[in-house]
Structures are given as C-alpha cells and as structure tokens.
Write a protein that binds this ligand. Structure first.
Ligand code: GRF
Length: 189
C-alpha cells in the first residue's frame, strides 16, 4: 500500500464528520490515516466515538490561545501530521498557527462559499429564499471561511424545508464531500 497521509481531525461538538472521515480512513483505497484528534471541548459528543475507537486524543485548554496552539503544534510535529481537517472546530486558528504548521489545513463549511461565511448559514439561505444550499471544503487561510475552495456540493432547497431539515440534508452531503475533497488533493502531498 502507498504511504498514507498522516491526518489530524479537530472537533468541538457532535463529530459526525469525524465519523465519516474515520470510515473513509478505513476504506480500501483511502489516502489518509487518522493519527490524532484535537478538541477544545472535553465534553464534545464526538469524543465518545474517539474513545471507543481508541484514537489518540488531545484535549486542549484554550484559556490561553497562544499556549494552546503551541501545544497543538508540538504534537502535530511529534506525530508527523501532514493534514489537519477541521470538522466543526469552533476555535479560530491564529495566523501564526496557520503559518507555522508545515502541512495543509482544510475545513468543511455548511454553505456554498463564498456565500454565507460564518454562522447560521441555513437560516440565511432560507430567509433569502435560495433555491440551493450546500457545503464547501476549502483550505484554511487567516480570513474566516475564505481560503481556496477545493470542492462544493449543492443541495436543493424545497418549499417545505425548515432550518433543521435543511441542516440534515446538508450534513448528509458533507459526509460525502469531505472524503471526496481529500481524494481531490491527495496528489499534492
Ligand atoms: C458541520 O455542519 C460543519 O459543516 C460545520 O460544523 C458542523 C459540524 O458537525 N463546520 P459535526 O460535528 O461534524 O457533526
């Protein structure tokens, strides 16, 4: 088997994208190996899964962001991490962190970027009576939700959709999009 990309997934909450990435990392032709999970939230729901699968976990105290990031970077280097996948990670990475990490950082966002950066994406799409919602995987840059786009997936919005139903539809699309985006960039490692 070809050498796989050492990957770390950062989460703060439910961790459904982490689960889909984990499944992807166990599939036959996967390009990634998940070596480490990082969280700022010791109570994140997704940690149940991390513990069950016995994946290495770093819980970081974010009271002091600079020392938190220093600790994360140290472990990234120790584990030879080449790719960071943000999956519902609610802390903003500093410019310094992004520059210091000797690898790639990507994120999944629940809208068709560049539309609806930030929070409440589905609410805004519904309010504007958009015909489509969707999700985007992009490189992380120092400007929020603004780095180069890797892949997007459209989801049709029906008249019946509520914020919750749209969120669910988009989430299902996210679970397919994240692995597809990684496959798209794998040759750059
Ligand atoms: C997803 O909607 C993702 O696009 C956004 O945060 C949510 C995380 O969900 N960045 P989960 O924790 O992966 O279930």
């Amino acid at each position: 088997m070809e050498k796989r990309i050492n990957t770390s997934v950062f989460i703060s909450g439910r961790g459904s994208n982490l689960k889909s990435l984990y499944k992807f990392s166990k599939s036959k032709k996967t390009p990634i190996k998940i070596n480490l999970i990082v969280t700022d939230n010791k109570d994140a729901l997704g940690l149940k899964f991390v513990k069950k699968k016995k994946i290495k976990l770093l819980i970081v105290n974010y009271k002091n962001i600079l020392s938190a990031e220093k600790l994360i970077l140290k472990l990234m280097s120790k584990e030879s991490i080449q790719l960071i996948c943000l999956a519902g990670f609610m802390k903003i990475l500093t410019k310094k962190f992004i520059k210091s990490f000797k690898g790639k950082i990507i994120n999944i966002h629940p809208s068709l970027l560049p539309k609806y950066k930030g929070l409440n994406t589905h609410k805004r799409a519904l309010k504007n009576k958009d015909k489509f919602g969707g999700c985007t995987v992009h490189y992380v840059s120092s400007k929020i939700d603004s780095g180069r786009i890797i892949l997007r997936k459209k989801v049709k919005i029906s008249k019946m959709d509520t914020e919750n139903s749209l969120k669910l539809k988009v989430l299902r699309a996210e679970h397919k999009l994240y692995p597809a985006a990684i496959n798209k960039i794998k040759s750059s490692f």
